[in-house]
Ligand binder design. Structure first.
Ligand code: BGC
Length: 523
């Protein structure tokens, strides 16, 4: 039974009925440490299944063919393209070595029409936008200042959707996510589609590399912080990429010792066997354009958090504990409660919550709202926001765990605390029986020690991009708090969550450089 201590301490008088109904919501959205630990175990399990089976997996674990990480010495100018949401960004990235770079970019709006149009129309739009960027920004002249080895204009394409790569410059779209549904793309080679559109529109650019935004983020962060192990996005969508030992990847062979894997973690536990989804998540999923897919992403990312919150608010209205039981035609509309409203409401620390009232009135046409109403709305935002941050930390902890146990972090000693379970004892809904052992990365049993960590040697850098991580209040702190719960008190001495701004642009340029070099070397 959850105690009332989970309800906020300083609030106006809430009725017994309000407290009783909210208690149920608290129960639905709270994730205890043992529950998250159990999810971490499932996550690692699903990672390993994904690394060993080709088809029908929750976590696709896509080999990216990117086998090396930048060290900050790279030089040259490359075009980068970033498509993953409502904006298309075309960038010129000039890598200057010594961890320094310069970037120019231009954003183009991808209209609702284009997000559903035939993929040929989308690709033509991209080709024309690239052409406009090259002409208006005098790109050829800028490239002459920081030339690359190549004679043609080389482009790295960050395409933030699940793609089964067959080479660093080839890959087939598995499915659309985040509201896109252009026919003609699923199963087709994305690089080929873009190259054909560039050729059709007489734009003299060569697509050298295709990367997921998480991979781009990992590469970009590594340019500044060599040795970055994870790249993650917490934005409109969510996903992670990390460095895996190739001998653990059973779905392909490679001569390289390590390769970046695109996890596609938005699809974790697609059967909802372990994720504690609520009726509010199920409603959202059913009404989305891709039901049954990326359920985990729908609990975490910016595209969906506002809609989950709206579903909860409507339930509270129907229970007559909010806004005197009356909604507005506006609030009744799907997707109208945007995640940015949650950010503003969570940011509102005023006693009277007037900024919250303004959002309710101006954006949602809720003209009459009492102090208690506003407090309840804020409380719901907090519950949904905290759950998102804790699930994000869970996925991050699982990837670190994989690295420490069998992957790229194995050779180091990390004083991380990894709880060891017998899976049969885990009850995700109650209090699992956990036998908690502390082990270190090399399995010698000395983890969780008090020894001083050498930050230069031991830091596990996690490069993160995305509006939720960057702008949602307290998201980072909530993630860090949860990482401490999952990986022990020393974890934040070792794991650094850093913003990798423009990871997609810089990462795409770095991927183009790596691919161009590899192509030149093999000639
Ligand atoms: C896509 C991923 C992408 C993530 C973040 C998800 O919807 O499936 O490929 O990395 O969004 O943009």
């Amino acid at each position: 039974m959850l105690s009332t201590s989970l309800l906020p301490k300083h609030h106006s008088k809430w009725s017994d009925r309000q407290r009783e109904v909210l208690q149920g919501i608290v129960k639905d959205f709270s994730l205890s440490t043992p529950q998250l630990e159990a999810l971490t175990v499932q996550f690692v399990d699903q990672m390993r299944v994904g690394l060993s089976e080709q088809q029908s997996k929750d976590l696709a674990m896509i080999p990216t063919f990117v086998t090396g990480r930048p060290d900050g010495k790279e030089r040259g100018s490359f075009l980068a393209l970033d498509l993953g949401g409502t904006n298309l960004r075309v960038c010129l990235i000039s890598l200057k070595g010594d961890h320094k770079l310069e970037s120019h970019h231009k954003a183009f709006k991808v209209s609702d029409h284009l997000q559903q149009a035939d993929v040929k129309e989308l690709m033509d739009f991209i080709a024309v936008s690239i052409n406009e960027f090259i002409t208006s920004e005098h790109i050829n002249a800028k490239i002459c200042e920081h030339p690359s080895d190549s004679e043609s204009l080389e482009l790295g394409f960050t395409f933030s959707f699940p793609v089964a790569q067959t080479a660093v410059d080839a890959g087939k779209l598995l499915r659309w996510t985040k509201g896109f549904s252009c026919p003609g793309a699923v199963g087709a080679d994305i690089v080929q589609l873009l190259q054909e559109a560039l050729d059709r529109n007489k734009v003299n650019v060569h697509v050298a590399a295709l990367v997921n935004d998480t991979v781009g983020t990992l590469l970009a962060h590594s340019y500044i912080n060599p040795g970055t192990y994870i790249g993650a996005i917490f934005g409109t969508g969510t996903n992670g990429a990390y460095v895996e030992k190739t001998h653990n990847i059973k779905t392909m062979t490679s001569d390289a010792s390590e390769m970046i894997i695109n996890i596609e973690w938005g699809n974790f536990d697609k059967e909802k066997a372990f994720l504690p989804v609520t009726i509010f998540d199920n409603k959202l999923d059913r009404e989305s354009i891709n039901p049954g897919v990326h359920v985990f992403e729908k609990m975490i990312s910016g595209m969906y958090l506002g809609e989950i919150t709206r579903n909860v608010l409507l339930h509270l209205i129907d229970q007559r504990v909010l806004f005197e039981g009356t909604s507005s035609p506006k609030l009744n509309q799907h997707w109208v409660f945007e995640t940015k409203f949650m950010s503003a409401i969570e940011e509102d620390d005023s006693a009277s919550l007037i900024p919250t009232a303004q959002i309710l009135e101006q954006e949602l046409d809720i003209k009459i709202n009492t102090q208690a109403d506003r407090e309840i709305v804020k409380f719901v935002c907090q519950l949904v926001g905290i759950r998102a941050a804790r699930l994000s930390a869970m996925a991050t902890a699982a990837v670190i765990r994989q690295g420490v146990e069998v992957g790229a972090l194995r050779e180091y000693e990390y004083p991380l605390q990894l709880s060891i379970y017998d899976k049969g004892d885990v009850d995700l809904n109650g209090q699992p029986k956990i036998e908690s052992l502390s082990i270190s990365g090399n399995g010698n049993g000395n983890g969780n020690s008090n020894r001083v960590v050498d930050p230069n040697k031991q830091t596990i850098h996690v490069g993160i991009d995305g509006s939720v991580f960057e702008h949602y209040p307290h998201f980072k702190e909530r993630m860090e708090q949860c990482l401490v719960e999952l990986l022990g008190p020393h974890v934040m001495d070792i794991v650094k969550l850093g913003i990798a701004r423009d990871g997609s642009g810089v990462g795409a340029a770095l991927a183009a450089l790596i691919a161009t070099k590899a192509a030149n070397d093999s000639r």
